[in-house]
Write a protein that binds this ligand. Structure first.
Ligand SMILES: *Cc1c(COP(=O)(O)O)cnc(C)c1O
Length: 382
């Protein structure tokens, strides 16, 4: 299990060409909304920045390169990217969604898009027979998040894609948790890959953004039309920050995942810890599958603490290297309480069913020194 050598190179160069006018090695921030035309509709390829902007164009080329796809599209948030994907569907279409999705994804589907005649069905996709059983003639899309948030379940992308092909449904993979460095859904049969670039791709807790990657020309045209017509695009400065972030994605992921592995090992032998969720542990239910479809296990670890909720809060407040905050994937370590924070919008019965309870803690392991991270957990748990 290791990062492909070519991926370290790819992230440094993806999308960025020297500026043709000045030779600037970094893509300039084209902070402009409009472009002067020589004659009506005669211009240099850009007419209005909702439709296209040179800084965003470079980012979209970089996005495509990250997933080895033909096309990339940039959005103003991960949820805006999801919205554009869903908006290619029609009323009456059925979407299968894995049950352990990011809280905001479930909220977008249940509370917003369900109003427009789309049908969402949430199922446990760790059992492939559940997917086979739930597909019906109106199923147009199968939405996978793997590893899932916050319980880090792993779903077999290749097996789901095979079923989807037979049903002529599109497979969407939310690849935010693994990042393009550790998982390549297109190689496993996916049709659309999306990321919240707020997380690992951005990596510095300073932007909100989303990405969609596609191979099929028609699918690209349809999603690009939503991007243009609805306009949830990032500004040039966000695009620039992401171009800068992408260059260090591979080295960051290497350290995130090294830290997470050590944290998972440390927690699994700690007497105050009830259970640990990390796909890199041999005790993880889908460890073999994770080893097969991922090249590393990324930086997220969840665990259940023994004792009362008050005890959990004390531990959260004692942590110093880990800051108590929502989000993940930044260079700094973060700790989150899913039940009260990121997953508060998940219906209570669903949370119970999934196992998101008062004692569950989710860690986003940053890139600080491994010993300092472990020492922080040690003192907080003592
Ligand atoms: C954060 C997140 C999203 C939503 O992205 P935003 O950038 O917050 O809109 C979607 N999926 C996953 C897995 C996430 O972690």
């Amino acid at each position: 299990m290791s990062i492909r050598s070519e991926d370290f190179t790819k992230v440094v160069h993806a999308g960025v060409e020297p500026d043709p006018r000045t030779g600037a090695i970094m893509t300039p921030i084209f902070q402009t909304s409009t472009y002067v035309q020589q004659a009506p509709n005669e211009h240099k390829g850009w007419d209005y920045s909702r439709a296209g902007n040179p800084t965003r164009d470079a980012l979209e080329v970089a996005f495509a390169a990250l997933e080895g796809a033909r096309y990339g599209l940039a959005f103003s948030s991960g949820l805006a990217a999801e919205q554009a994907i869903i908006q290619i569907l029609n009323p009456g279409d059925h979407v299968l969604v894995c049950d352990d999705v990011y809280g905001g994804t479930g909220r977008l589907f249940r509370r917003l898009f369900a109003k427009y005649g789309l049908e969402f069905e949430f199922i446990d996709m760790t059992k492939i027979e559940n997917v086979a059983k739930a597909i019906k003639p109106s199923t147009r899309m199968i939405w996978i998040e793997t590893p899932t948030n916050p319980l880090l379940k792993v779903i077999d992308i290749a097996a789901v894609s095979k079923l989807a092909k037979q049903a002529k449904a599109h497979v969407v993979v939310d690849n935010t948790f693994a990042s393009p460095i550790y998982q390549s859904p297109f190689e496993l049969g996916a049709d659309i890959v999306m990321h919240s670039t707020t997380k690992y791709i951005g990596g510095h807790s300073d932007i909100i953004g989303g990405a969609v990657m596609i191979n099929d020309a028609k699918l690209h045209e349809d999603i690009k039309f939503v991007q243009f017509a609805a306009g949830a695009v990032p500004g040039p400065f966000e695009a620039f920050l992401l171009l800068r972030s992408i260059k260090t994605l591979a080295v960051r992921m290497e350290k995130h995942s090294e830290n997470a592995m050590e944290v998972a090992k440390f927690l699994s032998q700690h007497k105050k810890v009830e259970s640990v969720f990390f796909p890199g542990l041999p005790s993880h239910q889908q460890h073999e599958l994770a080893k097969k479809q991922m090249r590393g296990f990324s930086g997220m670890v969840s665990f259940n603490l023994k004792g009362s909720y008050e005890n959990v809060v004390t531990v959260l407040q004692k942590m110093k290297v880990f800051s108590l905050a929502e989000s993940l994937g930044g260079v700094e370590s973060l700790v989150n309480h899913p039940e009260k924070m990121t997953h508060a919008s998940v219906p209570e019965a669903m949370r119970k069913h999934l196992g998101i309870g008062p004692n569950l803690i989710r860690l986003s392991c940053g890139i600080e020194g491994t010993k300092d991270i472990i020492a922080d957990l040690e003192q907080a748990l003592s």
